[in-house]
Ligand binder design. Sequence first.
Ligand SMILES: [Zn+2]
Length: 435
Amino acid sequence: MTQTPQLTDLQAKISAEVEARRDDLIALTQELIRIPTLNPPGENYREICEYLDRRLKASGFETQLVRAVGAPGDSEVYPRWNIVARREGARAGECVHFNSHIDVVDVGKGWTTDPFGGELKDGKVYGRGACDMKGGLAASIVAAEAFLAVVPDWQGAIEISGTADEESGGFGGVAYLAEQGFYQKVDHVIIPEPLNVDRICLGHRGVWWAEIETHGEIAHGSMPFLGDCAVRHMGAVLHEMEATLFPALAQKRTDMPVVPEGAKQSTLNINSLHGGQEEIPSDSTGLPSPVVPDSARMVIDRRFLIEEDIDEVQAEIRDVLERVKAGRAGFDYGIREMHRVLPTMTERDAPVVTTVTEAIRQTLGKDPSYVVSPGTYDQKHIDRIGKLKNCVAYGPGILDLAHKPDEYVGVDDMVASAQVMALSLLSLLGSPQSP
Ligand SMILES: [Zn+2]
């Protein structure tokens, strides 16, 4: 239900200050989009960090450019640069940290606008990364600047970070900063990912990636009975998964408010399947040679719920393989973990959640909805390495547009989310005398 928000004078002043910076917010978003920070391979990270450095220094922040030396993907050609900016208030207090990733995914096909043009049309800014998440980054910067302009007397610190590689796991970005201790001085984290302007994202499901290999025995393809076909063994694994595993996963429902609805259960994607010799390159005119495959490999992407234990998730896959083994002569397998991320979810009554909730009520005149992301984002590193639970994702941009052609962010949503962020700063860092 929508009610007219009741704002104090100071809150109204801050909201108006953000509104007055609408054109600046648009221009900032456009300029960020015009620096193509494609990942992979990780282009122009230094350029965008230098751009942010100039902007934030001019707003009174102390800045640090941090290269994640030795992180996955870091090289002399594609160095993993990050920026952390900090501004201290008049007195000691809590630190509010806004974290945005600076990288964007591949452009792909189907665009009708220039992906790096930052075109403004009908109240929307278009471009790769507009919604995910340069619009959110710009909103957090303008929110902080508007707050600073209206409230000279405040306590604590504001930090704004622009980090590398979220789209490829965040190891050269937030994970690196967390390992370096950057989150030790932080009390509240807001990640302006595109979760929609009236929703607060509390966390994400877990991930377990593994490679399953079935073994066979190589032989001449004209006499397959002299070998043992690893691909047929893998077929039996798939069959067993269809018969028992997928139905069992569909039964596991979570109390986490995951969106979309289909992700409220455990899921498994078969990410890839390879068996036998490599495919003949398309530019080759040769024929394959006839051999019985002695190896087949399947990469699985299992997304699990906060109610599930990672050990159970693994045991479930091993049980599938053991059942096949029990009923199939010559069956042998290997299993290798590739990647794991535990689920995380911030409590509804955590200070950052209640603060942003109240700011959404004040700005939009309605209660937010609380969601959990089906996939992971940098909150995982803030939780696990940074040991900080008090973190949410909140930002403008429509989640469904992320990574799509003609990605855009709505200007009204950016302004509203910047107002929410600025009012959150007021309630967390405003001096006790502030009404
Ligand atoms: Zn993102």
